[in-house]
Ligand binder design. Structure first.
Ligand SMILES: Cc1cc2nc3c(=O)[nH]c(=O)nc-3n(C[C@H](O)[C@H](O)[C@H](O)COP(=O)(O)OP(=O)(O)OC[C@H]3O[C@@H](n4cnc5c(N)ncnc54)[C@H](O)[C@@H]3O)c2cc1C
Length: 321
């Protein structure tokens, strides 16, 4: 690493999965990194995430493909370290439309069509494969600890303007999720896609994930993690209601139980709502704002975890541009 880079000060705005991955990537390349955020990591949208490596409500482009493949490789490596909370799990994505998007299978070595006899009623096909499943509270706490070990400083405050960093940082990375555009001032194209999930105790030893996006009664996904199972869900565009809707939880569990009957025996631990930071394309570019050198890194929609390490690596590349 060139000596010059290690003297550069970088402020990352945001302590969700994008901010922390970026802080880790830059600090491991010798930058002096400070993370500023007004939400604790475990209160962010990232902590609500299911979280499975799977592109969902996120950009579909060659640039996004690079983010996906780089992130997959990193999570595969992290799955070898138990304390990260990253596991590789087999499961399947049910297809109910002839034009179902199978692009994710291009990245997954063991992906293959599922046996027709295991398909639920009304399904046309399903693609199965082994992908990373991340127990987010464990993973985010581990990642934050790794950042601290790399001397990343954490500051809790709300940033009102990027000009606050004119004298404080050489570069500001804007990893502020849903509020990224607001801070740049030139971007009102980020919008929430509201999600709600039910967290169950994994007392039935479930290990296989399943998703059924086009189920006639609504989206279903069941993601078994270490000790719990995330059951979803909904995706409501432009809905920023942060409150749990009890009827939605009842409906989610009812739909999911028709697909995975063992869920009926699991204790409900928690109900959660999160607002996915959606944008037509992820904003990942370097720009000058009010005399501050900024790298924008937001708008990951329903795929922020899935593209987190790829985003962090791209930010690192943009540092040198
Ligand atoms: C129900 C649900 C399920 C999901 N499942 C998956 C999944 O299985 N796989 C997947 O890849 N993705 C999933 N996602 C999407 C994923 O959670 C998001 O894409 C990701 O968390 C976005 O991360 P982020 O770091 O950009 O934003 P956030 O996690 O929202 O973090 C934003 C950070 O910016 C800070 N911030 C913002 N503005 C300011 C300011 N002005 N001053 C100071 N700090 C500021 C906040 O404090 C926070 O720390 C899911 C989302 C939901 C809601």
């Amino acid at each position: 690493m060139p000596q010059l880079l290690s003297s550069q000060k970088v402020t990352v705005i945001g302590a969700g999965v994008i901010g922390l991955s970026t802080a880790h990537e830059l600090a491991s390349h010798g930058y002096q990194v400070t993370v500023v955020s007004d939400q604790d990591t475990l209160q962010t949208v990232s902590s609500v995430s299911a979280a499975i490596w799977f592109p969902y409500h996120s950009e579909n482009s060659p640039a996004a493909d690079l983010l996906l493949s780089r992130t997959l490789s990193r999570f595969q490596a992290l799955s070898l370290i138990p304390e990260t909370g990253v596991d590789l799990r087999f499961g399947m994505d049910i297809e109910r439309r002839a034009d179902a998007d199978r692009s994710w299978t291009n990245f997954v070595a063991d992906s293959a069509p599922a046996e027709p006899e295991i398909l639920p009623e009304g399904a046309l096909a399903a693609m199965a494969g082994t992908v990373p499943v991340i127990t987010m509270p464990t993973y985010l706490s581990w990642l934050r600890g790794q950042c601290t070990n790399l001397s990343v400083r954490f500051i809790e405050r709300t940033v009102k303007s990027l000009s606050e960093f004119t004298d404080e940082a050489d570069v500001v990375v804007l990893a502020a999720g849903l509020r990224g555009g607001e801070l740049l001032g030139d971007d009102d194209s980020v919008y929430p896609i509201r999600g709600q999930v039910v967290r169950l105790a994994n007392t039935v030893g479930l290990t296989e994930w399943i998703s059924d996006d086009d189920h006639p009664d609504g989206v279903i996904y069941v993601i078994p993690r270490r000790d719990d199972i995330i059951v979803g869900g909904i995706d409501v565009d432009h809905d920023s209601n942060p409150e749990v809707d009890p009827q939605t939880s009842i409906d989610i569990l009812k739909r999911a139980t028709t697909l995975v009957s063992a869920l009926a025996d699991c204790e409900v631990l928690e109900h959660k709502v999160g607002l996915r930071p959606a944008r037509e394309t992820i904003r990942l570019e370097r720009l000058d704002v009010q005399g501050v050198s900024v790298i924008a890194a937001y708008g990951h929609g329903g795929g922020g975890v899935t593209m987190s390490w790829g985003t962090a690596q791209r930010v690192h590349e943009l540092m040198g541009s």
